[in-house]
Design a protein around this ligand. Structure first.
Ligand SMILES: NC(=O)c1ccc[n+]([C@@H]2O[C@H](COP(=O)([O-])OP(=O)(O)OC[C@H]3O[C@@H](n4cnc5c(N)ncnc54)[C@H](OP(=O)(O)O)[C@@H]3O)[C@@H](O)[C@H]2O)c1
Length: 379
């Protein structure tokens, strides 16, 4: 049975059970806003009866209209914070004297932006109290959270799109508040894009979890508690952002079907290519600590060679950026909110790459001079 057929059956059943108004299947031409009277959204079959926020059809108030823009603004703000931290770091690298209070702030700043090997290289420069340190191998927890949370969102969205299931009412509320009203004629494609991105985000988390558990060899490096909490929240936020990219309005009378566009194919190919290189680079790093027989023989840091390491110090960060860019492509290039997420990843990974590049230069006098920090030939 094809997916479209499955959907038809599911919709038919739902209609009989009274969960979906019949008019959904009628052929009224004009797109209707989410909350217009008589509106029904195939993604939210409970709208109009089960959920409080969908129960009372009403025009969207201006404040609610502004909510989707708020989501993009929040990511843009985060990106700006990391850009500011990157610029500050470049300024602080210049030799300078400092008063007690400025060196306190400096120490706190360094403590907030550094982790793992780059924290170790930094040393206790100032009297700033160290934020509580946690093992860096707890990175694993981020991916556990991501696999469960984004897996849950994926199942909900898949059920709602193809099996006529209900999204939990609280997700409907968040979605209606933060989701995007689409003016596009190509709504099928937009639904499919969001589902595809959520699936690939989940697969990315699964791979990263597997790498943390079975590939990477962690030393006793640390992250601080702020970075740890941020990491946990990040993966919940990023999956929820994808969910909010599902258009909240839909043309009545049009069945949702899988519509694959050229940009989905380009995005998926780029995603696979970047993921393969990221994995290879993480294997190279792990092998630096293993003997030929695969036994861990050291927990020190060495200079990596091979694959994209020939061009940059942190190719796995560059690959991460490409993975997020590939998702922006899958969303059809025009999704401003997702480009803000990409900007956040760009500045976040650039900051980490600059610190890592500096670490290699400080600790290895023969470090290859031609290697850039983050983006081949550029940065
Ligand atoms: N999307 C985001 O916001 C975000 C944020 C952060 C990270 N990430 C992604 O998560 C992945 C891991 O990031 P990360 O910051 O943990 O990378 P990393 O610091 O390079 O560490 C990766 C692994 O390699 C080891 N390692 C690093 N340098 C080494 C060296 N010179 N010699 C031997 N072993 C070395 C590390 O061990 P120790 O560090 O334990 O010594 C760790 O096990 C990356 O792909 C990154 O893109 C994404």
């Amino acid at each position: 049975m094809g997916i479209a057929q499955m959907r038809e059956d599911a919709q038919g059943n739902a209609t009989e059970a009274g969960a979906r108004p019949r008019q959904l299947r009628g052929h009224t031409a004009a797109p209707r806003p989410l909350t217009a009277p008589g509106w029904a959204d195939p993604l939210f079959p409970g709208a109009g009866r089960g959920s409080e926020c969908a129960a009372a059809p009403r025009p969207r108030p201006p404040a609610e209209e502004a909510m989707p823009a708020l989501l993009a603004a929040a990511w843009a703000l985060l990106a700006c914070a990391f850009l500011a931290a990157l610029l500050l770091l470049l300024v602080l690298r210049r030799p300078r004297g400092g008063s007690g209070s400025s060196s306190f702030v400096c120490g706190l700043f360094q403590d907030l932006v550094r982790y793992g090997k780059t924290k170790r290289g930094c040393g206790p420069r100032t009297a700033a109290p160290r934020l509580r340190q946690l093992p860096k191998r707890w990175f694993t927890h981020f991916y556990v959270v991501s696999v469960f949370w984004n897996g849950f969102l994926l199942i909900c969205l898949f059920q709602a799109k193809f099996l006529g299931g209900l999204l939990p009412s609280w997700i409907q509320c968040v979605h209606h508040a933060l989701g995007r009203d689409s003016q596009s004629e190509d709504i099928d494609s937009e639904h499919f894009s969001a589902l595809l991105v959520l699936l690939l985000l989940w697969l990315h988390s699964c791979r990263r979890l597997a790498e943390c558990l079975w590939t990477s060899v962690f030393s006793n490096g640390v992250i601080n508690i702020v970075q740890y909490c941020f990491g946990l929240v990040y993966y919940v936020a990023v999956g929820s952002t994808v969910l909010c990219q599902v258009p909240t309005n839909v043309r009545n009378g049009k069945e949702l079907s899988v519509q694959i566009s050229w940009y989905h194919i380009v995005g998926v190919m780029m995603y696979i290519w970047a993921s393969l290189h990221q994995h290879r680079c993480l294997v190279i790093l792990a092998n630096l600590r293993k003997s030929k027989s695969g036994k861990v023989v050291s927990l020190g840091h060495n200079v990596p060679f091979g694959d994209w390491f020939e061009r940059v110090s942190c190719p796995h960060y560059f690959a991460e950026l490409l993975i997020y860019v590939s998702m922006a492509i899958m969303l059809g290039f025009h999704n401003v909110t997702w480009w803000c997420v990409v900007l956040y990843v760009l500045f976040n990974q650039a900051l980490a790459a600059v610190l890592c590049h500096e670490f290699y230069h400080k600790n290895f006098s023969s470090y290859p001079k031609h290697r850039k920090a983050f983006i081949p030939f550029v940065f």
